[in-house]
Design a protein around this ligand. Structure first.
Ligand SMILES: Cc1ncc(COP(=O)(O)O)c(C=O)c1O
Length: 445
């Protein structure tokens, strides 16, 4: 029978996901999938955690929805208090929404309104980076740097300045670290001066790149330098921790690796670990005070903002992470996973780089290891690997465009923090098979 679902991949026959338990998903035909990426890096605590489901059900039974213009809820207040203990911002405030994209839009609007309310109404531009991803809505897409996702919608979007990313494997300045001048950070200053600081509201970036660059981390000097430039020119610094937040990189938030305090932290994916579509824009309290004295209120909303069931899910996931010390687990197991990936894949000629932090790893593919030449885009190599892995019952997350914005293939390996050593071994073995088979098939074409 023809389905009425408008699917994400129109040519695909989808298996029916029936059940999730731990690091595994099961389809209706009984096939088991080791979810080694939590889909697009979402499932931090694993599938089917009963106490999260119970907390959500209890909250839905008590009160599922009360409009955020009219009410607060006990669970929301408790969740915000719990967040304030782990989120590295001074006197933080939390605006709750339903997707990473919405939370990014919120951050952009917040930065703009702060600039107006502190007497700088000319500041509207948000500078971002090429080969970044901040979301699917037009505002978030305008600050995202993935050409193929932007292309059809360019006439609808603001044209905003973008700078090259810190990407040491393919340094845009052809330098190597150490010994370079951290041009990737200096580029922000050049962009601000070119745009005119009086026009720039904020800079947004992922602390460690997500699927666009496969867990590429910047050199240690990068974030302190960026913070200094933002301060010098009056920009708010927005850290997009949608993917890296809530322990994914081995710290609660990735910015903590550099001890750099942004003005805004955007969170989603791991916040509720897939149990609820929950996102959070966390801001410094001092900026909220600026808005209170200016406009009086934040000119923003959202029918499903500050959702009580979302707060119940987020709070239960947070408590689960704390109770089971899963952020430490992410750091410790992540190191082991990185070693296993490097050892198992290092000799494959099509594997150019294996990189990551905590339980967020990227494997970048190349057609030629010496020149780092990528596969042609038409080969869809990352997709092939991910599909081959899926057939074998392994879920990894593909990304494209890392090399030059169009070509360049990688997969992300980012399992739930509860993964065991034998499960890591199984994931790595299946991934090696999927990569080898995809490469061999390509050579045979
Ligand atoms: C860093 C980052 N920001 C924002 C988003 C957008 O989040 P969502 O898909 O929930 O709208 C994503 C999604 O992949 C992301 O990785």
């Amino acid at each position: 029978m023809e389905s009425h679902v408008f699917y994400r991949r129109l040519g695909r026959a989808y298996p029916v996901a029936e059940r999730g338990e731990g690091i595994y998903l099961y389809d209706a035909a009984g096939k088991r999938y080791l979810d080694a990426s939590g889909g697009p890096v979402v499932v931090n605590i694993g599938h089917g955690v009963a106490e999260v489901v119970q907390a959500m059900a209890e909250q839905a039974g008590r009160v599922a929805y009360a409009h955020a213009e009219m009410f607060t809820t006990q669970v929301l207040e408790e969740y915000a208090r719990a967040l304030a203990e782990i989120v590295p911002l001074p006197d933080p405030r939390f605006f709750f929404l339903s997707s990473g994209s919405e939370a990014v839009e919120t951050a952009i609007k917040f930065a703009r309104q702060v600039q107006i309310d502190r007497g700088e109404p000319g500041r509207y531009m948000v500078i971002s980076r090429w080969r970044s991803y901040h979301g699917t809505t037009l505002g978030a897409l305008a600050v995202s740097g993935r050409a193929h996702l932007r292309q059809p919608f360019l006439p609808l979007m603001q044209d905003l300045p973008q700078i090259p990313p810190p990407y040491c494997y393919r340094c845009p300045w052809d330098q190597s670290y150490p010994g370079c001048d951290i041009d990737c950070a200096q580029a922000l200053e050049a962009a601000v001066r070119l745009a005119g600081p009086e026009n720039v509201a904020a800079f947004i970036a992922e602390p460690i790149s997500g699927a666009s660059l496969g867990a590429a981390a910047p050199p240690p000097e990068y974030w302190p330098l960026v913070r200094e430039i933002c301060d010098r020119y009056g920009l708010l610094l927005i850290a997009d921790e949608v993917m890296t937040g809530f322990g994914r990189t081995g710290r609660w938030f990735a910015m903590q690796h550099w001890d750099v305090v942004p003005d805004v932290i955007v969170m989603a994916k791991g916040a509720a670990g897939g149990y609820f579509p929950l996102s959070i824009t966390a801001v410094r309290g001092e900026w909220v005070e600026v808005i209170r004295k200016g406009h009086g209120d934040f000119v923003h909303g959202g029918t499903f903002s500050h959702h009580a069931v979302g707060a119940a899910a987020g709070l239960a996931v947070l408590r689960y992470l704390q109770k089971n010390d899963l952020v430490t687990a992410s750091a410790v197991k992540g190191k082991a996973l990185g070693e296993k990936l490097s050892a198992a894949l290092g000799d494959l000629p099509c594997v150019g780089d294996v990189r990551g932090m905590g339980l967020m790893w990227g494997v970048e593919f190349v057609a030629d290891r010496a020149t780092k030449a990528p596969f042609p885009q038409a080969a869809r190599f990352a997709r092939r690997v991910a599909d081959a892995a899926f057939d074998k019952g392994l879920i990894v997350y593909p990304g494209t465009g890392c090399a030059d914005g169009v070509a360049g293939d990688l997969v992300m390996v980012a399992p739930p923090f509860i993964i065991t050593e034998p499960q890591m071994d199984e994931a790595v073995r299946l991934l090696r098979e999927a990569i080898s088979e995809s490469a061999n098939r390509r050579m045979g074409e």
